[in-house]
Each structure stands twice: as structure tokens, then as C-alpha cells.
Design a protein around this ligand. Structure first.
Ligand SMILES: O=C[C@H](O)[C@H](O)[C@H](O)COP(=O)(O)O
Length: 226
């Protein structure tokens, strides 16, 4: 079994009857959604919300019951991937462009389990360019503001077009180098009016399940959310 699948399927063991579940996005979350689909066919009773159009379509095809946000106050558990995670369960997310919906859903969940292969576990965040979702209006100014924070940044492209998120925004991929103080970078980005959200998830994940090449998993836990 590949490392992503190993981690994702281990996370699905935490899903119990009656839970309201957030479905993540990306190639690792894909395996979790697939496994959940299998368990729903076997009789598992859950309801779910998705963090992207792609995950919503996958869930619908598998028969996972999706509920509108208006009908659910909080989720019990969200399972999602990450582009990088450190030993304090700080994450970089958004490689697939879904960071805004992912953060809304994760923060509306009592627990978030991150699923990843071992290549994602790092000592210091920042090798993976930090995705920052910005509004298209005056994006040139927002990009200049971001550059002033001391990174190299460029707007993500999809072929010859600028990439657009499910929310119709752009993504600036920002190379800060090693991010020694993620909270400071997060605060500086959040202060810019054109920034919708950034891919630093700090104090949000409760547990990470990391699939390893030797076929085992590592579990990293954080204290429960207040
Ligand atoms: O926007 C995408 C998400 O944050 C993904 O969870 C993240 O990019 C990890 O994706 P993957 O599991 O495909 O490496």
C-alpha cells in the first residue's frame, strides 16, 4: 500500500457512526474519502461536508451523504492532507489551491487529523512555497505587499491562464525560505487587505498520521483544541 493510502486509511478508523465529517482535498485526502465511501457502503452512518468541488464530486459518486453548511453547526472530525507539517503540527497547505475552504472546515471541526506521507514531515516549514489566496482586484498591489515581507512570490498559473481557486481567487506561491516564526509570517500576511487567507495552519491540527516507506505509520499528537 502506498504511504498516502496507509496514512489516510488509518485516519478513517477514527470515524464513528453518527459523526459529522469534513472531507479534505488532494491526493492523500482522496484515499481517505475512498475508504469512507467503502465504509458507508458497509453501513457506516455519517454526514459530511467537502473542502473542494473535486472532493464533493468524489464523495457524491461514492454515496457519502453530504449536507449543506446551513444544516450543520460544527463537525466532529476533519481529515485532510498537508504539503508540509512540523513536529508542533504546524502545517503548510494549499498546494492544491483549497486552503481557504480547508481552513474554514478544519476550524469548524472539533478535531483535525492530518494525513501525509513521510516526505511531508519537516523540521522547519518553508521548503514548500507557501500558498496565499488573494483577491483578483488589484492583485498587482497585493503581490507587491507580499514581496515586501521578504519572500519571492509569483501567481500560480494553469497553462497560459492564472490559476483560479474554487472561490474565484488567485494563489500567490511564496518562497520565504525556512520559516522560523510561522506565527509572525501568518500575522503579517493576514494584515494585508488583498489577502483572503494563507496556507499556514497553526494550532488547528490535533493529530497527524504519517505513512512511512517501511509500511508503518507515525502518529504525532497535539493537545486538544480549547
Ligand atoms: O490545497 C490542497 C490541500 O491543502 C492538500 O491537502 C495539500 O496540498 C496536500 O495535497 P496532497 O495530499 O495531494 O499532497
Amino acid at each position: 500500500m502506498n504511504m498516502k493510502q496507509l496514512a489516510a486509511e488509518a485516519a478513517v478508523d477514527y470515524v464513528k457512526d453518527g459523526m459529522k465529517v469534513g472531507l479534505g482535498t488532494g491526493s492523500t485526502a482522496y484515499f481517505a474519502i475512498n475508504k469512507l465511501g467503502e465504509r458507508v457502503k458497509e453501513g457506516l452512518q455519517i454526514t459530511a461536508v467537502a473542502t473542494s468541488v473535486a472532493s464533493e464530486e468524489q464523495a457524491r459518486e461514492l454515496g457519502i451523504p453530504l449536507v449543506p453548511f446551513a444544516q450543520v453547526d460544527r463537525l466532529d472530525l476533519t481529515i485532510d492532507g498537508a504539503d508540509e507539517l512540523d513536529g508542533s503540527l504546524r502545517l503548510i497547505k494549499g498546494g492544491g489551491g483549497a486552503l481557504l475552504r480547508e481552513k474554514i472546515v478544519a476550524m469548524g471541526s472539533d478535531r483535525m487529523i492530518v494525513v501525509a506521507d513521510e516526505s511531508k514531515a519537516v523540521r522547519t516549514l518553508g521548503k514548500f512555497p507557501l500558498p496565499v489566496e488573494i483577491v483578483p482586484f488589484a492583485w498587482e498591489w497585493t503581490l507587491k505587499d507580499i514581496l515586501k515581507l521578504g519572500c519571492e512570490a509569483e501567481l500560480r498559473r494553469e497553462g497560459s491562464e492564472l490559476y483560479k481557486t474554487d472561490n474565484g481567487n488567485y494563489i500567490a506561491d511564496c518562497r520565504f525560505g525556512a520559516i522560523e516564526d510561522p506565527a509572525a509570517v501568518a500575522a503579517a500576511l493576514q494584515a494585508l487587505p488583498g489577502v483572503v487567507e494563507h496556507g499556514l495552519f497553526i494550532g488547528i491540527a490535533n493529530m497527524a498520521i504519517v505513512g512511512k516507506s517501511d509500511g508503518t505509520i507515525d502518529i504525532i499528537t497535539a493537545k486538544e483544541k480549547a
